[in-house]
Every structure is written in structure tokens, then in C-alpha cells.
Design a protein around this ligand. Structure first.
Ligand code: G6P
Length: 369
């Protein structure tokens, strides 16, 4: 059936606004209908399948690969199970070694990406159990995997993913929570608190949808730049990769994300007067360290912008603009930060007179290697 943009100018805008619902639907999909608890069955797995997991290998491309880094951060923190993230296109050619108990998780919106499909097949050949987190029912990657979790984003039309990525994050949180519980790393009470926090995300994402006027102010300051640097540490780094990709793919501005601490090992040589730097500062315990990196670039003339979470104090003087998202459990901050990052990309693209739904040279789903 035909999907219409309705009141929206572009599919990307429509899909950004659909995120509260998409995330809510994905949370509900993951719940057992009888007791309303997150269920192993949503992943078509059993408790034993979860208990047997000793390591995790994530394979994906593009934004799904970035979602993998968020899953890594959350899962290692909550479940204390090691996670390695690999580009699907690299996995097969790197003489992959999979250990007993290592589960391979393919993340894909379309479920048809050739490299991800081939990597899942290779993992199976090597004897690993495979789980796919996909958005399209009955897709090839879902069909090839032992286990499947279906994100509930609904059809996504814009090339630059928004709601599907957001649902991938949520699937990753739920997977990590279930694994942490199964492995006895968190108790019932903590699991309950985290679950409540997850169910508050749709409302908080909804609140983030009113950040569009603040991001427009930022977009106007950035639209004529040639290079934009994104910085973050830990989870913020994972989210900054997606922020940089989103902006570059639809604005054609060169954007790169760097781990804050790595900056001084090379990239800082690119910083000159008025170089734009976008810092993600949602992790309170890391914020002070990242701020000292901000001071390093600022003293070389950079013009800095901050994306923070409420209650994290940053010096106004350090930044040309500060934008903050509602407070949530820091592990889930990416779900909120990504919304203004999406707006920023969308608005820069429009200000440059481009069509954000159809960036040049890019396809929604890449079915060739
Ligand atoms: C293409 C799209 C990206 C997407 C990637 C992976 O390159 O342009 O936006 O992240 O494929 O797609 P998948 O369907 O596997 O998530």
C-alpha cells in the first residue's frame, strides 16, 4: 500500500515524529502478554539460550553498526558479557574466530543488506547461534537467523534512518536487561527500575520533538561549514558516530566523530579558528574529562556546541550553544540525544536546498556487496 507523508514535508520528518510510537510499540512487542514482563520469546529464544551466551559478536552496516556500539556499551555495563562490534563487510574477510557460547547478532533495518546476510550465513557455517534484530518481517536476514527480534518501527521510507535506529537501540536495551537478569548481574528490583525507565522513553522522546527550534538555530550556524567534528566518550561516542553519519549523508558536509580522548592523537591538528565541534555530554561521570578536551579545542579557536542531559552542568562560556534533553538513566541517553541530532541533520539539509529523503549516491537498502 502507498505510504503518504501526510502533513509532513518529507518522510524523514514524518519518521522522526513517529519515534515515540515506534519505541512504544517495540517495548510492548517485547513484553509477555500475560505478565507484562520482557520476554525471551520476543527474541524467539529461551532462558537457556540466554544463559548459554558467553560472548557477543555484532555484525551490521551503516547506522545499524552504530546501534551495535550502543548495545555493546549497555550490555557490557549491565550484563558484564563481552561484546565485539564488527562491520559486516569486514567480518568474513578477517578470518573470523567465534568461541563456544558466542552469539552473533545481525542488526539490520531492511533485513536484506547483502554484507550482513553473508556474515550471518558465515557465522552459521562456523557453528555459532545467530540472532537478528530486523525491522522487515520475513526478510532474508530474519530467515537465515536462528532467532529473530522484530523492531516495530513500521515501514521506513527516508534513506537516512531515524525511527528504525531508535528501535534498534531499544531492542538492544531489552536484550541487555534480559541477559543481565539471566546472568544474575542485576536483581529484580533494579530490573524493574530499568524497565520503568524504558517505558518512560516514549514520553521523553516526545519532549525532545520540541527541540526543533533550538536545533534550527544551530543548523543556521553550521550550514556553511565544510567540516564538522563530533566528540564523545563512552556511550556519547557511540551516539556521536550516528550523529556525524546522519549529518554528512544528507547535508554533504564532511563530518567525523572522534572519541574525545583520541582527539589529541591526530585530529586536533585539523582544528583552527571557528572549526565547529559538536560535543555530546550526556554521561555525568565522563563529562568533566570531555570538557577538558573541549578546552583543548577551544583554545585553538574551535566554536563548540553541546548536547547534554538536564542536570549536567556545563559552562555557558565554553559553548556557542547548549541544547539539553530530559533526564533519563544514562545508559538510555542515546535514545534522547539522537532526536535533536536528527533534527539538526534534517534542517541543515533543507537550509542547503537539498532533498533529505533522497541523498545522492545512497540507497535505502544495499543488496550488492
Ligand atoms: C544503507 C543505508 C543506511 C543503512 C545501511 C544498513 O547504506 O543507506 O542508512 O544504515 O544500509 O542497512 P540495514 O537495512 O541493514 O539496516
Amino acid at each position: 500500500s502507498m505510504i503518504h507523508k501526510g502533513e509532513y514535508l518529507h518522510f524523514m520528518e514524518k519518521e522522526i515524529f513517529e519515534q515515540p510510537q515506534a519505541v512504544q510499540d517495540t517495548l510492548l512487542y517485547a513484553c509477555d502478554k500475560e505478565n507484562n514482563e520482557f520476554s525471551y520469546e520476543a527474541f524467539s529464544m529461551s532462558e537457556k539460550d540466554f544463559r548459554d551466551i558467553t560472548r557477543i559478536r555484532i555484525i551490521a552496516c551503516g547506522s545499524a553498526y552504530h546501534a551495535g556500539y550502543v548495545l555493546k556499551s549497555v550490555c557490557e555495563s549491565l550484563a558484564r558479557v563481552p561484546v565485539q562490534v564488527e562491520l559486516a563487510s569486514e567480518f568474513r574477510y578477517n578470518h573470523p574466530i567465534l568461541e563456544d557460547g558466542e552469539i552473533v547478532i545481525g542488526i539490520s533495518q531492511s533485513g536484506e543488506t547483502a554484507d550482513t546476510l553473508a556474515a550471518i550465513k558465515e557465522a552459521k557455517k562456523l557453528g555459532a547461534k545467530t540472532l537478528s534484530i530486523v525491522n522487515v518481517n520475513g526478510s532474508a536476514i530474519a530467515g537465515e537467523s536462528d532467532f529473530v527480534f522484530y523492531t516495530q518501527a513500521g515501514p521506513e521510507i527516508a534513506v537516512a534512518t531515524t525511527k528504525a535506529y531508535s528501535c534498534q537501540l531499544v531492542a538492544g536495551y531489552i536484550f541487555s536487561l534480559l541477559l543481565a537478569k539471566t546472568k544474575g548481574k542485576i536483581g529484580d528490583e533494579e530490573a524493574h527500575i530499568l524497565k520503568e525507565e524504558l517505558f518512560s522513553l516514549p514520553g521523553k522522546i516526545q519532549q525532545c520533538l520540541s527541540l526543533d527550534s533550538e536545533t534550527l538555530t544551530m543548523a543556521k550556524k553550521l550550514k556553511d561549514d565544510k567540516n564538522i567534528f563530533f566528540l564523545g566518550r563512552g556511550l556519547d561516542w557511540a551516539v556521536s558516530m550516528e550523529g556525524a553519519l546522519k549529518l554528512k549523508e544528507i547535508s554533504y558536509i564532511h563530518c567525523e566523530s572522534y572519541s574525545s580522548g583520541e582527539l589529541k592523537h591526530g585530529t586536533i591538528s585539523l582544528i583552527e579558528k571557528d572549526s565547529p565541534v559538536i560535543a555530546l555530554l550526556s554521561q555525568e561521570e565522563l563529562a568533566a574529562k570531555s570538557i577538558s578536551n573541549i578546552h583543548e579545542v577551544k583554545s585553538r579557536g574551535a566554536k563548540c556546541f553541546a548536547f547534554t542531559m538536564e542536570d549536567i552542568s556545563v559552562e555557558e562560556d565554553d559553548f556557542a550553544q547548549i541544547l539539553s534533553v530530559p533526564k533519563t538513566q544514562p545508559l538510555f541517553a542515546g535514545s534522547l540525544l539522537v532526536v535533536p541530532l536528527q533534527f539538526l541533520s534534517y534542517q541543515v539539509s533543507l537550509l542547503k536546498g537539498l532533498d533529505p529523503d533522497k541523498p545522492r549516491n545512497l540507497a535505502k537498502s544495499v543488496t550488492v556487496e
